[in-house]
Structures are given as structure tokens and as C-alpha cells.
Design a protein around this ligand. Structure first.
Ligand code: SAH
Length: 244
């Protein structure tokens, strides 16, 4: 069982409110029970034992010396996600964390409907990513950036694999990815509910993004993100057992 402990170091540590509640109320651990503490910011983990447990209070644990996190993404993958309605980004952040994305850059495009660019929204995405990392065993978190104009986001990306997901593209993701080594950095741009405009598609192509298709149906924007990352997972294993 894994519990996030930020600023992880050997010795006694008092778990924060969320971690204490998870250990005490959700997993119902007792004094002397053991778990693995992980710190995704430092990419380390440590064996831990519960040494203090108060009803409705904080949990205290004794941590062994930290070791490098065993599971980290091997392929840098940047997801450029045009911001969708309401809580769609929550699902994208959760799935993208599980599927090994290393960066989630949110973007405003011509047909963007809503944008959640508050600090509160970013903090919420980080919590979702942390929970997904805890659950899936990953030892780090994707970097999540607040929305910027699509053109500004795309022009900063230099990954050798740059694709723009488009339902009517001629090429498939495999056509672009298969020719390159499995560790090659990739960037995947995904449109909002209304898709990319023709102008955006042309502009992205000018910035080196190759339009590619996933299957033959039109997917929802959040499904497209998950499907594309899943396809990359099959085409190139994104976790390895040594740090990047
Ligand atoms: N009516 C829009 C559909 C947008 S779907 C259009 O025709 O473009 C939202 C986004 O999901 C798209 O911009 C694209 O990035 C992605 N997407 C959906 N289905 C896809 C598919 N089959 N192949 C590639 N990308 C797809």
C-alpha cells in the first residue's frame, strides 16, 4: 500500500490530513502496520511503520531511509489538451497520470468553450494526479500547466514526435511513432469538443505537428487523450525501473 508523503525523509513523520484519513479511515491500518511512503516531487519512496494513531487525529509513522522510486515514465510524453467543459480535465489528468504522461499543458483554442485557469483548479488537478499516482504505482507526477493560447503552447515544444489528433487525418499514430526508438519524446495535441479550426490545423502543421487519426470514429476529447496515451503505451512501454 502506498501513501504520499511530501518532503519525505527517514525518521518520524506526522502524515497530513488527507494521508492520515486515508491510512486510518479508508485502509483501516493499525499500530505496527507497514506501508510504502512515496514522494513524487523527489521521486523517492521509503518503507514505513505506523507508530502513532489517534481517533480522528493525525497518523505518525517511522520511515526507513528513502530509495529511488522504482517506476518512472521512460518516454517523455507531453499532452497538449485544449480545455474542455466542466470536469473533463479531471478525467484527462487522472487517466494521463496512470498512462505515463510527463506533462499536461492545457491550452485555449478558437473553439474552447470554458477555461478553468484558477490556482484552485491547478491545485485540484495536482490532487487528482497524486491520487492517480498513488493508485497506479507511479513514482512521479506529470507537470500540469495553466491554460495558455494554443499557438504559444505548440511553439515551445521540440519533441521529435509531434502529432495533432484529428479525426479526418490520413496518417495513424503508429505511422509516426513506429519509425522512432521507444524512448523518443512525444507531444500529442488534442482539440476541444468542437475540434481544431482549419487555421489551427494549418498553423500546427507549420510548427511540425503531424495530423494523425485514431480509428475511424469521432471520440470525445477526453476519450481521445486516453486512447492516444494507451496507444503509445502499446507502441512503446512508458515505465522503466531506473530513474530518468
Ligand atoms: N467535430 C470535431 C470533433 C472534435 S472531437 C471535429 O470534427 O474535429 C475532439 C478532439 O478529439 C479532436 O479535436 C481531436 O483532437 C480528438 N479526436 C476525436 N476523435 C478522434 C479520432 N478518431 N482521431 C484523432 N483524434 C480524434
Amino acid at each position: 500500500m502506498r501513501v504520499p508523503v511530501l518532503g519525505l525523509a527517514a525518521g518520524l513523520v506526522v502524515l497530513d490530513r488527507d494521508a492520515s484519513r486515508y491510512v486510518r479511515d479508508v485502509r483501516r491500518l493499525a499500530l505496527g502496520d507497514r506501508f510504502v511512503a512515496f514522494d513524487p516531487d523527489a521521486r523517492v519512496e521509503a518503507d514505513a511503520e505506523i507508530v502513532g494513531l489517534e481517533l480522528r487525529g493525525a497518523v505518525t509513522a517511522r520511515l526507513d531511509p528513502p530509495r529511488p522510486a522504482p517506476l518512472l515514465p521512460s518516454r517523455p510524453v507531453t499532452l497538449v489538451q485544449c480545455v474542455g467543459k466542466s470536469d473533463k480535465l479531471d478525467a484527462v489528468v487522472r487517466d494521463a497520470t496512470e498512462l505515463g504522461a510527463t506533462e499536461i499543458l492545457t491550452a485555449r483554442s478558437e473553439r474552447t468553450v470554458a477555461s478553468r485557469d484558477s490556482d484552485a483548479a491547478l491545485a485540484r488537478y495536482r490532487r487528482i494526479a497524486l491520487e492517480a499516482a498513488r493508485q497506479c504505482g507511479r513514482g512521479d507526477l506529470p507537470r500540469i500547466a495553466a491554460p495558455q493560447a494554443l499557438v504559444d503552447v505548440l511553439r515551445t515544444i521540440a519533441a521529435p514526435i509531434r502529432v495533432l489528433l484529428h479525426p479526418t487525418a490520413q496518417l495513424e499514430l503508429r505511422d509516426v511513432v513506429d519509425a522512432l526508438p521507444r524512448s523518443t519524446a512525444a507531444a500529442i495535441a488534442i482539440g476541444p469538443e468542437g475540434g481544431f479550426s482549419e487555421r489551427e490545423r494549418a498553423w500546427a502543421e507549420g510548427a511540425g505537428f503531424v495530423p494523425v487519426r485514431l480509428g475511424c470514429t469521432i471520440l470525445r476529447t477526453e476519450t481521445a487523450a486516453t486512447a492516444a496515451l494507451g496507444a503509445l503505451l502499446v507502441l512503446g512501454q512508458p515505465v522503466r525501473t531506473t530513474p530518468m
